[in-house]
Write a protein that binds this ligand. Structure first.
Ligand SMILES: C[S@@+](CC[C@H](N)C(=O)[O-])C[C@H]1O[C@@H](n2cnc3c(N)ncnc32)[C@H](O)[C@@H]1O
Length: 274
């Protein structure tokens, strides 16, 4: 378990700083997708659902809206505080998805929206979800498309490669594309004991912000992207940022960036005899 500990500490410190900015800027992004994710868990009414890596609690809010009993969890204390502030009637608590404090067979359903790619040991998180779900319980998680098909990363990589360096010594994490391709997702959930149910590729466009605000957007919502920008040599950083803004300008419609945000929705079931 010692692999990627530096990555985990880097992620934790980064998310602790970003709760309010992330909540504000991502409500219209991940928040707008949450209803389509919860559809895969249906029915949720009257059932007990665990949300992992819940951030500001958009998923928990959607589940509660549909009559589910939900507990939102995140390893960042500030995210738990932000979610509690936004949704005072819902329950949130600090939990590491890789080491959950719950008894075996506690929840009927589990949701993890865009958390998996931030876990240092996603296979351990899958085992933990499997353990705390009741037999027959369902788990839906979402990830972005592989880096080469996901412009938020692709445009950053292009701008940085053109004017600076991607090799800035950020702590390495597990492979980013592992769950974004069907075989990777299927193998991972099956290795944890789940029956694989579905892998859905969604192509959608989402309004982000004016291109001129995109550097602030990265800084508020992304730990690793901001780490890459911050680590550029002083004499190159301005050129990198300008190159990035130029790329986003191509996606502006009526003054707002409308960006493809392709993602995957993966659903797995804990077998009845699991
Ligand atoms: C990209 S945000 C996703 C937030 C929210 N689910 C959404 O869809 O907007 C990733 C979240 O994962 C959390 N996180 C990262 N590693 C974690 C871990 N090991 N256990 C629990 N939460 C973790 C971060 O604190 C952050 O809130």
């Amino acid at each position: 378990m010692s692999e990627f500990q530096e990555f985990k500490a880097f992620e934790k410190a980064g998310w602790e700083e970003r709760a309010t900015g992330y909540a504000t800027l991502m409500e219209s992004v991940t928040g707008s997708l949450m209803s389509s994710f919860v559809d895969y868990l249906e029915p949720v009414a009257g059932l007990r659902t665990l949300e992992l890596a819940s951030g500001p609690g958009f998923g928990a809010a959607e589940i509660a809206k549909r009559g589910g009993e939900v507990l939102g969890t995140d390893f960042a204390e500030s995210m738990v505080a932000e979610a509690s502030l936004l949704y005072p009637n819902l329950a949130f608590q600090q939990e590491d998805a890789e080491d959950l404090s719950f008894e075996d067979d506690t929840f009927d359903l589990a949701l993890c929206s865009f958390g998996m790619l931030h876990f240092a040991h996603p296979e351990q998180a899958l085992s933990e979800v499997f353990r705390v779900l009741k037999p027959g319980g369902k788990f839906t998680f979402t990830v972005w498309a592989p880096p080469e098909d996901y412009p938020v990363f692709g445009l950053l990589a292009e701008a940085v490669t053109e004017c600076g360096s991607l090799d800035v010594g950020l702590p390495p994490g597990p492979p980013a594309e592992a769950f974004s391709i069907i075989d990777g997702a299927r193998n991972a959930v099956e290795a944890a004991g789940f029956d694989f149910e579905s892998f859905v590729e969604v192509d959608t466009k989402i309004s982000l912000c004016p291109a001129s605000d995109i550097i602030n957007f990265y800084s508020e919502v992304s730990v690793r992207a901001q780490g890459i920008l911050e680590a550029q040599p002083a004499d190159k950083r301005k050129a990198v940022e300008e190159a990035l803004v130029r790329r986003y300008e191509q996606f502006e419609v009526d003054g707002v960036v409308l960006l493809p945000m392709p993602h995957r929705i993966v659903t797995a079931i804990k077998p009845q005899d699991g």
